[in-house]
Design a protein around this ligand. Sequence first.
Ligand SMILES: [Zn+2]
Length: 287
Amino acid sequence: MPELPEVETVRLQLLRKVIGKTIDSVEVFHNKTVAHDEVIEEKLRDKTIADIDRVGKLMIFCFESEDDLFLLAHLKMTGQFFYVGADTEVTGGGHSMTAADMDLPMKHTRVAFHFTDHTTLYFNDMRLFGYTKVVNRSEMEQAKAGFGPEPISDNFDCEWFADRLRKRKTPVKAALLDQSFIAGLGNIYVDEALWRAGVRPTRRADRVTKKEAAALCAAAGDVMKESIAVGGTTFQHFKDTGGENGNFTDYLKVFGQHGTKCPRCGGTIKKIRCAGRGTHYCPGCQK
Ligand SMILES: [Zn+2]
């Protein structure tokens, strides 16, 4: 599943390709992907993409001179965006792909946005959990309201974070995964951030000290910024929009490293279940 750094990587690459492009037609291959909107083409025809915003893993397409029209896009488990340029060069990302995926449209293509310059943005989604959905401003704001602040944001308030963490009685890992509390940290990054901060995932959130919360705050931002800088992690489900593997996997210290030695203390990395997720930590140096 693409996590935030992968979604951000896709967003940044698509930004370079589709800003200023005007939609000519919308070809819907599967109605579920567009929330059964039968007039999606009518709504989007002649609209020019002004920006792609993002909150958590939700991408928000904004249009020139349109204050009340947005396209929400979520890759969920297996979504992919592919942009096919005039020179038939393919730029895409999300779920992992093979050469066959790039012969577009393909069997998992759910919607195609054709631009007036004869280029196209395709949305593929094997499992059909993802979507590209036209909404008005209040629906867009409602969708955004479900997300807390992001640790990678420059104005993320670490004191607020520490304060709110102290009010939670769940394992700290569960708190960090709660997107309505803080947005953007997925399973991999939570494990990595907790390792960096030396905090055990199973610790009750209200027992994390102020100093540890500050370390966690910094670690959460850093680990995601570092991942975005190298294009995200690549497991079976992600390629960035240039069709290249992200390679943050090489930098992971605990995630997927169970049975290996902790690079900090030499202890053996353990895998358990916590907050319903496979969880990796070092019993030696995470208290
Ligand atoms: Zn350790």
